[in-house]
Design a protein. Structure first.
Length: 318
């Protein structure tokens, strides 16, 4: 994040939360049971302006890009990027979007949070507010391969929910719901966040697996037998395939036919598990890095825009 140019401390315009007060409770029943939220005052939020050219954004126009940092406790500061467009557009029909990025990519092109920069900029030009959390687990702190992963998973959902707080705080008249768009691990945590937080109104889920241990075993050796069995048991309540069963929000699944990291049978299992959600599943002649294919991005945007049109109709905006 070496693209910092100007530091702005913000507190006064935080309308989704009382700017220095307590947070409204947006937790679902699942959120209250599995994902205790560590509330953070928006008075701690620090935004640092980013030159769009430094992150290779073309035709940035009226959008503003910031890095954000908000101290959660003495050990952890949530960090990420904030993209926002003209205030007039936000007042009319702006919506909140949280992007959960993948673990991978090419440095300076689509590595981690970079994969969604151009997409976030596109939405921001239309008056939407986009947040891309950098993420902590597994991006910075990898899997332990033990039950100690459970608090790491809870902490990462907390990180995404703080991102939602930040996105909503940028509106004077906040939208009722947020869109969440996730890829890879970001898609897995998007499912968990949608299960935990009632503000998620729809989700785009791009090429996840249904169980964390499928990929965590790539990052860390987890021996077969008792060790792996104990890990599976500890993680089961927090697995995407467990929590997606309780979702009722619209979901768009995007998968690649030649995905080197996701089997079709596993993808179908996760799709089938979304029993209560209005859902669409689309398959593409592509590989795991779905954000590198403009037609896939265009289909994703068309679906997201259709959700926004429905939401905006209930808000009496165009």
């Amino acid at each position: 994040m070496g693209v910092l140019t100007k530091v702005v401390s913000v507190c006064g315009i935080m309308m989704a939360l009382s700017s220095c007060g307590t947070r409204e409770d947006y937790a679902t029943a699942t959120g209250k049971r599995l994902f205790p939220f560590q509330s953070v005052s928006m008075s701690r939020l620090v935004l640092t302006k980013v030159d769009p050219g430094k992150i290779k954004l073309k035709d940035a126009g009226a959008i503003r890009v910031y890095t954000y940092a908000i101290k959660v406790d003495s050990k952890y500061t949530a960090r990420g990027y904030l993209f926002e467009g003209p205030k007039d557009e936000r007042k009319k029909s702006g919506n909140a979007i949280l992007f959960g990025h993948w673990l991978g990519g090419i440095s300076g092109v689509d590595t981690s949070e970079w994969e969604f920069f151009s997409e976030a900029a596109s939405y921001a030009r239309e008056g939407n507010v986009c947040v891309i959390p950098l993420g902590h687990h597994p991006w910075i702190e990898s899997s332990t391969g033990t039950a100690e992963d459970v608090p790491l998973v809870i902490g990462q959902v907390n990180d995404y929910r703080i991102g939602l707080d930040i996105a909503f705080s940028r509106f004077r008249k906040k939208p009722a719901k947020a869109m969440i768009i996730g890829h890879d691990y970001g898609a897995m945590f998007s499912i968990l966040t949608a299960a935990a937080d009632s503000r998620i109104g729809a989700a785009v889920i791009m090429a996840p697996v249904s169980y964390f241990y499928y990929w965590n075993r790539i990052l860390r050796s987890i021996p077969e037998g008792q060790v792996l069995d104990a890990y599976k048991e500890a993680m089961l309540p927090y697995e995407p395939i467990t929590l997606i069963k309780g979702l009722s929000v619209p979901v768009l699944f995007q998968y690649a036919e030649s995905d080197q990291f996701v089997s079709k049978s596993d993808a179908l299992s996760l799709i089938d598990a979304a029993v209560a959600s209005p859902k669409e599943a689309r398959w593409y002649k592509a590989t795991h890095n779905l954000t590198r294919y403009p037609p896939i991005t265009a289909e994703r945007k068309k679906w997201v825009d259709s959700q926004f049109e429905r939401w905006n109709a209930t808000r009496n905006v165009e």
